[in-house]
Ligand binder design. Structure first.
Ligand code: KG4
Ligand code: ZN
Length: 347
């Protein structure tokens, strides 16, 4: 049987990644290699991703990532049938790095090139990991994304709503910074929250009074800042318990918002009468155990299957790009040297 080997490249935010995927016949594709170079330490002193630093680091690490992926997959460039690359959305300097690298390989080796939307990469991951069938509901929730999508086919997604300001991961990271907890903030806030009282502070649940699936998380950090400063001016500082209570109350607000908006998104999705209803979550924030537990309940109440890809495939990686590229490639999509890097590219 015929097999297809595809190289995927990703550099749209703060991870440089290369992966090799192989599909034999109609079997589930196999991840032969998935290499990710993160840049967390490079950006840590600045409190956020610095585009210029990110772009330079991508340019430095891309070739290395490709070489490592090839050698760990025990594949040579001559075995590659197609190259898939994230061509947006993202930080333009970063996106350009992988696009130029992919074009060079494609032109030099005369291999077909396929541009991939980064969000489609995330949104199609449940098909790579769990072979789920269309249509399914997807919640992308990370440091950079927050949106509900219905996936109809590899090229067709309907966006039901998303954040109108910060992504939840950003809010977790800012909360950690305000409380002097280590980055990335998600895991440290989750850990502190375990010992805290979620009702100690009543933080806002924005946009719940409005119809639809849009969300807002920027007001939450302002509320947290005020609560923190009130305690400090009252008692001169924060105790361990104060910190835990702030974390627990913050996390409870995020969980409530995501749960309520998921209920609404499920309502819209279920109206389509999907034969095998399923909600998949992806993105770094999907690692949060409190969020997961609540979404599982919301799904169970409605007879909807809940699934989350393993964390290494939930966060930014190139296996998802190779897979989305494979789906596009098989449906006949091809790009050429005119493929451009798109900083903005809604699904
Ligand atoms: O998908 P991801 O690795 O990268 C991008 O957003 O590009 O997500 C990273 C985000 C960070 O903001 C991090 O704090 C958050 O995911 N995160 C979490 C948890 N683990 C990671 N947020 C809440 N709870 C967690 N357990
Ligand atoms: Zn991403």
């Amino acid at each position: 049987t015929k097999s297809l080997t595809i190289l995927g490249l990703e550099s749209s935010c703060d991870d440089t990644a290369a992966a090799i995927l192989r599909q034999t016949g109609s079997d589930a594709p196999e991840i032969l290699a998935s290499v990710v170079y993160g840049q967390t330490e490079l950006h840590a002193p600045y409190g956020g991703v610095v585009p210029e630093i990110a772009a330079r680091a991508h340019a430095e690490k891309l070739d290395l990532s490709v070489e490592e992926a090839l050698s760990s997959a025990n594949v040579s460039l001559a075995d590659i049938d197609a190259i898939a690359v994230t061509s947006g959305p993202g930080l333009i300097g970063g996106v350009l790095s992988a696009v130029m690298c992919a074009k060079g390989l494609s032109a030099g080796l005369n291999i077909p090139l396929v541009g991939v939307n980064h969000l489609a990469g995330h949104a199609l991951t449940p098909r790579l990991t769990d072979q789920v069938s269309f249509p399914y509901l997807m919640l992308l929730v990370s440091g950079g994304h927050c949106q509900f999508l219905i996936a109809h086919d590899p090229e067709k997604f309907s966006r039901l709503g998303g954040t109108i300001d910060d992504a939840p991961g950003e809010a977790f990271d800012k909360t950690a910074r305000l409380l002097g907890l280590p980055q990335p903030g998600g895991p440290s806030v989750q850990k502190e929250a375990e010992n805290g009282n979620p009702k100690a502070h009543r933080f806002p649940r924005p946009l719940l009074d409005r119809p639809g699936c849009d969300m807002s998380f920027s007001g939450l950090k302002t509320a947290l800042l005020r609560a923190r400063d009130a305690i400090i001016s009252d008692k001169g500082g924060l105790t361990v318990q104060d910190r835990s209570d702030l974390c627990a109350s913050f996390q409870a607000a995020v969980v409530d918002v995501l749960a309520e908006k998921t209920r609404r998104a499920l309502e819209i999705y279920m109206a389509e009468n999907p034969p095998t209803p399923l909600l998949a979550v992806a993105g770094g924030v999907a690692a949060n155990t409190a969020i997961r537990a609540r979404l599982e309940t919301v799904c169970a109440d409605r007879g909807v299957t809940f699934t989350a890809p393993p964390l290494t495939l939930c966060t930014d990686n190139a296996a998802m790009i190779a897979f989305a590229g494979l789906e596009r490639f098989k449906s006949g999509a091809r790009d050429d040297m005119s493929l451009s890097a798109r900083p903005r590219w809604p699904l």
